[in-house]
Design a protein around this ligand. Sequence first.
Ligand SMILES: Cc1cc2nc3c(=O)[nH]c(=O)nc-3n(C[C@H](O)[C@H](O)[C@H](O)COP(=O)(O)O)c2cc1C
Ligand SMILES: [Mn+2]
Length: 427
Amino acid sequence: MSLRDFLSELEKEGKIVHVKNEVNPKLEAARILKENDGKVVMFDKVAGSDYKVVAGVCGSRDSFAKAMGIKKEDLLFKIAEVIKKPTKPQVVEKAACHEVVEKEVDLSKIPVLTHASKDLGAYVTAGVYVSKNKAGRLNMAFHRSSPISKDRFVARICHRDTFKNLEEAGGELPIAICIGLDPTVLLAASISAGDTNEMEIANSMRPLKLVKCLTNDLLVPADAEIVLEGVLTTREKHTEGPFPDISGTFDVVRDEPVVIIKKITHRKNPIYQGLLPAFNEHRLLMGMPKEPTIFNAVNEVAKCKNVLITPGGCCWLHAIVQIEKKNPDDGMKAAEAAHKGHGSLKHAIVVDDDINIYDLADVEWAIATRMQADKNVKIWRGPGSSLDATAEKIEGSDRLMTAKVAMDATIPWDKKRDKFLKAGLGE
Ligand SMILES: Cc1cc2nc3c(=O)[nH]c(=O)nc-3n(C[C@H](O)[C@H](O)[C@H](O)COP(=O)(O)O)c2cc1C
Ligand SMILES: [Mn+2]
């Protein structure tokens, strides 16, 4: 499915906030996105560009559920299923993303947003990099990219698959940056799928068509709004950052590889897709794929019903785990297992299945009425995340350590159960 088709479905339901007045891509658009966090926002007119801009497409769980045709409570189970059952996308000859082939490469025509005045500059934030490893396996991943000239970006490349492919290729890697994709492709790109091509995961969520690039043999989503074909190179480096991390604080500034763009293609009347860093969309895309891994780890030790990575914990550092408690120590075992399921967690809270994990006040109620911190909380030190500003560096190593907390807020086994149940007012 194309981003456009998805947007027209949302349009029919009145779920798009349209900004009709001309908007400045520098800070003004980001300000409006912040005010409308969680909603899909379409900027009909952006200063200095012929492109429309949409953002917030993945800003709510409802968006993902709609794109997959399921209920939002079932997202975790769907993600777990598609990771296990990747299927091959169809490869087509003719594609919408090739409707317009730009004669010259000029990135300044694209309305790339500037999100904060302290940032290095404008940043492509919803650009999915496609690359190939030596064995020919395609990979999708997000890499924020700041235009530094008419035909160059500097990109943040963490030590994951794109980085490995770049090293394998001797520091010069053909890539395509795809912009303007529907929630299923974006979600697949945010999954670290090991030896699986993330496009096959996307195809299992919703059929995906691929087409060959014009200047290299990579395959890209045929319905993408914009495709930037080029080469990622370590032969040129540039300062990358400041730019905010998912935590909402600034990431450190580093020297990072440069991307040289060789060809720009796009659909007719292209829509540029933005994403406000450190807000709902960024957090959900990062965090949601961790819910199934926590679910599976908890299921090894107890009956797990559901998992939520919470926005207040940056969708990365906190998880709420819902279990059907069958043994006295299920709650604590589940809390400890949650940390195994997602190594970056700091705080795991386990609740019973009468608690609504999507209602954080209900979760806090369970902590208040069912938990004794001296008995039901365990704290230890373990490997930390670079996204946790309080994590401490181990001397002489790149590794970080942080405090890990496991909280069992389930009904105590040895007490009368009735005492802890909701009074059922009005029922
Ligand atoms: C919105 C968003 C932005 C991201 N930005 C970056 C980034 O700038 N650099 C990076 O290396 N990873 C970034 N990531 C993380 C990777 O895209 C993600 O870990 C991906 O699954 C890596 O795929 P891989 O394991 O195939 O390399 C971002 C993820 C999301 C959801
Ligand atoms: Mn990968």
